[in-house]
Design a protein around this ligand. Structure first.
Ligand code: SF4
Length: 486
């Protein structure tokens, strides 16, 4: 399940912002029939649909028909708009059961009309927010000021008008971290961000290591049907296939997509294009947290920086150690299920969605190869190594010693995961899959005999953790890896 799918209904905009480079693709409006055919496939795969990638969704001449289709499919929509046409669609948007959030990109007005009075532009947006608050108080509205560190970062005029209209006071000394959002009135938020470079082969090579939410938490679909891994791929450089010619499920199961997604999950930037994406740097460990209000008067002259009107996040890979931890047994353990695509590894039901949640399932032999490929010293934990870890969490089930319940609770994924084990089920010898969400099985390296080896069993029915001696080595189950530190 993706968090978001960006389904671009049009790549045409009613303004041309300096931070949105010209789209090289042909201008395209998605016909409502085309939209419905695509939404049918998209809706079951995502929590939220965003009606843009490039382009202004409200400028689509058949926007209301598209909204109706979203309602038919009970889709949750996040709408991002420059707000110029908000008055025209105010009532329909507020009364639509599928609109969950509306983001107004306020920086667009200043960028296009720097000398014009901003009030006539802001007023219909404020009226929308006010009406939404009365009619549909659960609707989120974001006023985006994604112009930090740019030449027009002074938003004092906007703050003053917001304060006057909503009768509130905005704290100018906001302390904002990576989530640069500030609630200012009921469900109205200010959202800050800065300009950045769009990925391009013209940029210097950035390296081959990093993680990205593209392909993992979200994908994009252009108005012409091209499927891309992220909302930054405005020209469909990483064109994974066309949803008008091929089922979306097939595209997402393609080798190119799978390799790319598994790469991100394992800290590797597989695609050349991603290796030229500097967006990764804004989330690097050393990146400074900005205080946007403090910075709003600091004019940074780098006009080459561009602003995205879309939400994409990249998490940098620090080192392999980012996803490993020294556990109480004083050994290094991987903190998520292994997800390296190698022969003998599978996604449950051959579905990438299961792989995203549970990692891959490995035969015993593949599990050993997978762990050793992490680097020197990494290996599949033996039964003794598992037991040594688990005794710090209450231990596995052992008659009259431990009931295995505490370890079950502590090691499974919770709100504050200590280990993040999951109930990933298994691949059977006949090629079928079973027991997902009922059992989490993890290999040990301890062989029982020629055909069987030991495994951990998180049994969800009894909520007990067992260490069992014999599972057929040709079954495929989940894997954690260990590296000894002493
Ligand atoms: S690394 Fe950059 S180009 Fe690649 S998927 Fe992520 S955001 Fe897109």
């Amino acid at each position: 399940m993706f968090k978001r799918i960006y389904l671009e209904i049009s790549n045409i905009c009613n303004v041309q912002c300096s931070f949105c480079p010209v789209v090289e693709k042909d201008k395209k409006l998605m016909d409502p029939a085309e939209f419905e055919a695509i939404l049918k496939q998209v809706a079951p795969l995502t929590e939220i649909v965003c009606l843009h990638l490039m382009g202004e969704p409200l400028a689509h001449p058949k926007f209301l028909q598209i909204l109706e289709i979203c309602e038919q499919y009970n889709t949750q929509i996040d709408l991002t708009t420059n707000g110029i046409l908000i008055k025209k669609y105010k009532d329909q948007l507020i009364n639509s059961k599928c609109i969950r959030q509306v983001n107004f990109s306020l920086q667009a007005f200043k960028d296009n009309f720097p000398t014009r009075d901003i009030e006539p532009y802001l007023l219909p947006i404020f009226e929308f927010v006010q009406a939404a608050n009365e009619v549909k108080p659960e609707l989120y509205t974001n006023l985006r000021l994604w112009n930090q560190e740019s030449n027009d970062a002074d938003n004092e005029d906007i703050y003053t008008k917001i304060e006057a209209y909503f009768n509130i006071e905005i704290n100018r000394n906001l302390e904002l971290g990576l989530i640069k959002s500030k609630k200012i009135w009921n469900r109205l938020y200010l959202h800050f961000d800065s300009r950045f470079e769009w990925p391009s082969f013209l940029l210097p090579h950035q390296g081959t290591q990093g993680r990205c939410h593209g392909a993992v938490n979200h994908i994009g679909i252009h108005a012409d049907g091209s499927v891309v891994p992220c909302c930054l791929d405005k020209n469909a450089v990483i064109n994974l296939g066309n949803v008008k010619e091929q089922a979306l499920g097939d595209i997402l199961n393609s080798e190119r997509f799978t390799k790319m997604r598994d790469g991100f999950l394992n800290g590797v930037l597989v695609e050349d294009f991603c290796q030229h994406c500097t967006f990764i740097n804004r989330f690097s460990k050393g990146a400074k947290k900005t205080n946007p209000i403090d910075k709003m008067k600091a004019l940074v002259k780098n006009t080459a920086l561009l602003l995205i009107a879309l939400l994409c996040l990249i998490i940098p890979l620090k080192t392999t150690a980012q996803s490993v931890k020294k556990m109480p047994d004083k050994q290094l353990w991987t903190l998520s299920n292994l997800s390296l695509e190698i022969p003998g590894s599978y996604c449950y039901n051959d579905s990438i969605l299961h792989c995203q949640k549970h990692g891959r399932l490995y035969t015993w032999e593949a599990a050993q190869q997978g762990c050793s490929s992490l680097g020197e010293g990494w290996h599949l934990p033996s039964s003794a190594e598992w037991k040594n870890l688990l005794k710090h969490f209450g231990g596995v089930f052992e008659e009259s010693i431990s009931d295995g319940k505490t370890a079950f609770e502590k090691l499974l994924r919770t709100k504050k995961p200590t280990f993040g084990a999951t109930l990933g089920g298994n691949k059977n010898i006949d090629g079928t899959y079973s027991r997902i969400e009922a059992h989490g099985f993890y290999w040990t390296s301890t062989a029982f005999d020629e055909n069987n080896a030991g495994f951990l069993n998180f049994a969800n029915g009894k909520k007990v953790l067992f260490l069992q001696p014999d599972m057929e080595k040709s079954r495929a189950i989940s894997v954690r890896c260990i590296k000894n530190t002493r």
